[in-house]
Design a protein around this ligand. Structure first.
Ligand SMILES: NC(=O)c1ccc[n+]([C@@H]2O[C@H](COP(=O)([O-])OP(=O)(O)OC[C@H]3O[C@@H](n4cnc5c(N)ncnc54)[C@H](O)[C@@H]3O)[C@@H](O)[C@H]2O)c1
Length: 259
């Protein structure tokens, strides 16, 4: 296969670092983007703060065009201020995605990382539709100010990622010939997990682990990102794929089949 040109956002740590290293080691041209300096294996390293639209614009200008894939992996946990969580996880992902679309080759693919913490998004489409009307930081903050502060903002941010990708998938395919899908991991052993234990509750994460046997690793997620980005997935568009050993299915599908 020809060398692919891939942008990995959030390549400084965890799933994003493993994604960048995977494609780099395969011989692809990888640009590793992160807010932190890092030594992730890649052809090029660029800095960007997803909270800052000017920083995203600067990155897009540096990137130029002719890209086959955007792996948008960066994210922050619910231990951060709510406005930051929405600006990084939802708005930054959106600005990056819309900025990259005209820079991608037809047949290209965008894969954004959401989370199983987005479970239940289908029941919140009307609420999330308001957030999807917010396309700048002030509007995002105004929207959040009117929300129930007890609803976990990290879940909201990842629900917005899934709904946004589904609403974008048809138009992106029609206009650019580019697919967009999301990957929703369950708990994965990366540095963010300690923050999840604080914001979601350690007992909840321990319960997930005891149900499926272990937490996931980056190697449980990277092959899925690879596949969704590849031409083999050419007819898959607007999907959210959970990579969680079936935990969410066991919660949402009713009585398990007895074996
Ligand atoms: N690890 C898990 O259990 C898990 C589960 C579900 C979803 N996720 C999601 O997977 C993605 C990757 O998480 P991870 O586990 O690798 O965590 P991580 O903390 O190891 O990596 C996140 C990366 O995002 C970068 N980042 C943070 N803020 C940024 C900003 N403003 N601009 C640019 N980059 C920024 C960080 O510097 C870091 O390199 C995140 O979107 C996270 O929400 C993780």
């Amino acid at each position: 296969m020809d060398k692919c040109r891939i942008v990995v956002v959030g390549a400084g740590s965890g799933i994003g670092a493993a994604t960048a290293a995977h494609f780099h080691n395969r011989g692809d041209f990888v640009v590793a983007v992160d807010v932190r300096a890092n030594e992730t294996p890649a052809s090029r390293h660029l800095s960007c703060d997803l909270r800052d639209p000017a920083s995203i614009d600067g990155l897009l200008g540096e990137l130029g065009d002719g890209w086959d894939m955007l792996a948008h992996v960066a994210g922050i946990p619910g231990t951060w201020p709510a406005a930051d969580v929405l600006k990084v996880n939802y708005l930054g992902m959106r600005l990056m995605t819309e900025g990259m679309l005209p820079r991608m080759r037809p047949g290209g693919s965008i894969v954004a990382v959401a989370s199983t913490a987005a479970v239940g998004w289908e029941q919140r489409v009307d609420i999330l539709a308001g957030l999807l009307e917010a396309t700048d930081g002030d509007a995002v903050e105004r929207w959040q100010a009117g929300q129930d502060p007890n609803y976990p903002v990290y879940s909201t941010s990842k629900q917005a990622v899934i709904l946004y990708a589904k609403r974008l998938a048809g138009p992106a395919w029609a206009k650019y010939g580019v697919r967009i899908n999301t990957v929703s991991p369950g708990p994965i052993e990366t540095p963010i997990l300690t923050d999840f234990e604080k914001s979601m509750g350690k007992e909840i994460l321990d319960a997930v682990r005891s149900t499926v046997g272990r937490h996931g690793t980056v190697d449980d997620v990277v092959p899925l990102i690879d596949f969704l980005g590849s031409p083999q997935a050419r007819w898959i568009n607007g999907q959210d794929i959970q990579a969680d050993a079936g935990y969410i299915a066991s919660l949402t599908a009713g009585t398990p089949i007895a074996l």
